[in-house]
Unconditional design. Structure first.
Length: 318
């Protein structure tokens, strides 16, 4: 398995990449688009380090690319799997006649905390304040809006939502007091808590959702089913390794995610573990919530059926 550090994919490069790249490879060569090398993506590294991919006869290349680029790359068959595009991208594609299927999920709830300034004791204290969300339309923004509504605050009237793209930018804005609260995932949420800021709420406690999808074109799944099943078997083994072998997983997390603090890495592990899926599938209520959320955001007249977006039958067969 090869890991490429394509951190900055400009628009020009993206166009050239999608227009000139060869179709996704048949057989045992698979390419996977991954937005970042974070702790929540460590099962990919476990599968590589433990030779789970190679034991399935697979040569897997992980390519770091933005979500916007990876979706286009998947549709163009320049990559075989996308680990960034969520339900909204799949629903949008299906509405346009492109069949994308989500075949696996790594976590069965949002891995996000709403973290605030020291004087914010509860959600109601955010009334009239500025909250930093992720980039416009991102899961962080969507989950935050739903969370506020579920807790009695109108995101459009009671607070001011400010789109601040990266976690580092949101932390800087919080420290500079330009915002009173923001949404952060590990390890950033834990680092901010160590600075004396408050965890106002865990988003996953009240917002149904998931993180860490694995998407594939339906046509690719049909044409290269043995490789798909082998890939899924390797990933399930990697997730089981993570769940049951903490001491062995921690060094891999530190290497993959560039974490240099063992205590912080242990806390990240403990934060992620309860939300990791056992078999890669999701509860029906999460699937339905995600589809309804996507259909509402896209203003679709007809909501797609669950089986048009998700297909966990490959996992069961694997």
């Amino acid at each position: 398995m090869t890991v490429r550090f394509d951190i900055f994919l400009t628009a020009v490069f993206a166009v050239l990449f999608l227009s000139t790249a060869a179709p996704a490879r048949a057989g045992n060569k698979l390419r996977v688009g991954l937005p970042d090398f974070t702790s929540s993506s460590v099962p990919f590294e476990i599968a590589r380090q433990m030779n789970y991919f190679s034991q399935e006869g697979l040569d897997v290349e992980i390519i770091r690319m933005s979500c916007a680029v990876s979706v286009r790359a998947l549709v163009a068959r320049s990559i075989d799997f996308d680990s960034c595009a969520g339900v909204k991208a799949a629903v949008s594609a299906v509405a346009q006649g492109v069949r994308i299927k989500i075949v696996m999920a790594r976590f069965n709830r949002p891995l996000m905390d709403l973290v605030g300034a020291k004087d914010v004791q509860r959600v109601s204290d955010l009334t009239g304040k500025i909250i930093g969300s992720g980039s416009q339309g991102s899961p962080a923004e969507v989950f935050l809006e739903e969370f506020l509504a579920a807790n009695g605050l109108n995101p459009q009237k009671d607070v001011k939502m400010l789109s601040v793209g990266t976690s580092s930018d949101r932390i800087a804005a919080l420290f500079a007091k330009r915002i009173s609260a923001t949404v952060l995932s590990p390890p950033w949420n834990l680092k901010v808590l160590d600075q004396g800021y408050r965890r106002i709420a865990n988003m996953g406690d009240s917002v149904p959702g998931y993180q860490g999808s694995l998407s594939i074109l339906q046509s690719t799944a049909e044409e290269n089913k043995p490789a798909l099943l082998g890939f899924l078997r390797a990933m399930i083994r990697a997730q089981n390794f993570y769940r049951t072998r903490k001491s062995d997983s921690l060094p891999l997390m530190m290497q993959f995610s560039k974490l240099d603090d063992l205590d912080l890495t242990q806390r990240v592990y403990d934060y992620l573990l309860p939300s990791m899926t056992v078999d890669g599938s999701l509860p029906d209520k999460v699937v339905e919530a995600e589809i309804q959320r996507a259909a509402k955001s896209l203003k679709l007249l007809k909501t797609p059926r669950a089986q048009e977006i998700f297909d966990f039958n490959y996992l069961r067969e694997a």
